[in-house]
Design a protein around this ligand. Structure first.
Ligand SMILES: *[C@@H]1O[C@H](CO)[C@@H](O)[C@H](O)[C@H]1NC(C)=O
Ligand SMILES: *[C@@H]1O[C@H](CO)[C@@H](O)[C@H](O)[C@H]1NC(C)=O
Ligand SMILES: *[C@@H]1O[C@H](CO)[C@@H](O)[C@H](O)[C@H]1NC(C)=O
Ligand SMILES: *[C@@H]1O[C@H](CO)[C@@H](O)[C@H](O)[C@H]1NC(C)=O
Ligand SMILES: *[C@@H]1O[C@H](CO)[C@@H](O)[C@H](O)[C@H]1NC(C)=O
Length: 372
């Protein structure tokens, strides 16, 4: 009985204030008045029985018949599982930095954004209808961008920490890893070239490059992309903002400064190349996911089936890697690049796996060609 009365009283009190009475700024409060916000471990942490945590008196109470509403803090805000990335990185740098000299903060955030938060085929399997694969939770229009944004901020915070606290003494380097594809326009039409440009901007990498013949002028337009662009210029590329606004988060001044220049090297995973063409259906869609925002259709072969998402790619195209490396050097000068993944998955487990030997040989030859 007490509670509804109290709520009613609060509502009446609020209603009795005029709108103008609620218009105030920090300056209306006296000097020395302190503003703050707080929470309690019980409200925030969750992870009620993990890593040796024992029951608090409130856990015991919440699980007892005395609890009037059956709610517990077993999960709460799940804060225990949202631990600060830089704090985590701090432990790694401190404990292993005497031996580890090359730190890669995050693996392929550019492709995980789509796999995990748009189509939901990877952990934690989040997506929303009509997109993706029958997820129970998620939001395919918004979450891929939140994921990208927070990965950039988390990565950049770890880089700043390493530079400020460890790099001088430990003499290591720190970078981020990206999935790369060489993306060729399916045809020379302006639509396909534009679609390829968007695909590269979103794949976020700039680490995927469109090449049409040896036309450097069109290739130059693809410089700006979702991960590398912010790391160089402190903001997302215009084409991405245009396609995903207002769902794409924006950087504050502080964040923009934080991400700019936040890498010593770029790690590349490179396996394959694909063709991109324009996806004309996108303009008719009322609700779009990230894949639709890209506005491209992808193919492994010129006449193969299309997919709206970035494919892993099946084309064996050593020249694609050469294009990527040559383009990177042309555009960014002498930035350090580590090719962290390349290779050819095979079920053949014999030592005479000629196809794999051939694959690696050709890709290595491409690297050598681009170095010379
Ligand atoms: C979603 O579930 C339905 C029913 O189980 C199934 O027919 C359909 O193929 C699933 N869709 C996807 C994209 O996995
Ligand atoms: C996704 O989030 C946006 C923005 O908050 C919202 O407008 C939209 O309805 C959400 N979609 C789903 C499927 O929840
Ligand atoms: C990339 O973005 C930067 C910053 O927004 C801009 O100055 C530059 O002209 C862009 N480059 C290309 C090739 O579009
Ligand atoms: C294109 O760029 C590459 C690498 O920067 C350069 O070697 C080549 O000469 C350029 N081609 C043209 C046609 O400008
Ligand atoms: C590129 O950078 C590496 C490492 O910093 C350095 O060893 C090399 O001499 C540089 N090459 C050129 C052409 O500047």
């Amino acid at each position: 009985m007490e509670k509804p009365f109290l709520l009613l009283l609060q509502w009446l009190l609020l209603a009795s204030h005029s709108v103008t009475a609620l218009r105030f700024t920090v300056d209306d409060f006296p000097d020395g008045f302190a503003f703050g916000a707080g929470t309690a471990a019980f409200q925030y942490e969750g992870a009620v029985a993990e890593d040796g945590k024992s029951q608090s008196i409130w856990d015991t109470f919440a699980h007892s018949a005395r609890n009037p509403n059956e709610r517990t803090s077993d999960i709460a805000s799940d804060g225990y599982h949202k631990d600060d990335f830089a704090t985590f990185a701090d432990v790694c740098f401190r404990e292993f930095g005497d031996r580890v000299k090359h730190w890669t903060t995050i693996l392929e955030p550019n492709i995980i954004a789509q796999g995990s938060y748009d189509i939901g085929i990877m952990a934690p399997s989040r997506c929303s209808s009509p997109f993706g694969h029958n997820c129970t939770v998620g939001n395919s229009s918004v979450e891929p961008y939140l994921f990208l944004h927070h990965n950039l901020l988390a990565h950049s915070s770890a880089v700043r920490l390493y530079r400020e606290k460890y790099q001088a003494a430990q003499k290591g380097v720190v970078g981020i890893n990206l999935f790369s594809l060489a993306i060729y326009p399916l045809t020379g039409s302006p639509e396909d070239i534009k679609a390829t440009e968007r695909a590269n901007d979103f794949l976020f990498g700039c680490l995927t490059f469109p090449f049409q013949g040896h036309d450097n002028a069109s290739a130059n337009k693809f410089l700006n992309c979702s991960i590398l662009h912010p790391l160089l210029f402190g903001d997302y590329p215009e084409s991405m903002k245009k396609a995903a606004c207002p769902r794409l988060p924006s950087f504050s001044n502080y964040e923009s400064k934080l991400v700019t220049g936040a890498f010593d090297f770029i790690g590349l995973n490179h396996y394959s190349s694909v063709y991109a063409s324009s996806n004309p259906d996108v303009s008719k869609m009322a609700v779009r996911d990230q894949a639709a925002d890209v506005g491209a259709l992808f193919r492994d072969t010129r006449d193969g089936p299309t997919s709206i998402q970035y494919p892993a790619g099946r084309m064996i195209d050593p020249q694609g890697l050469e294009h990527v490396l040559r383009y990177l050097r042309g555009k960014y000068g002498n930035i350090s690049i580590y090719i962290q993944e390349n290779g050819c998955g095979q079920t053949d487990d014999s030592l005479m796996d000629e196809q794999r030997i051939d694959f690696l040989k050709k890709y290595m030859a491409s690297i050598l060609k681009s170095i010379r």
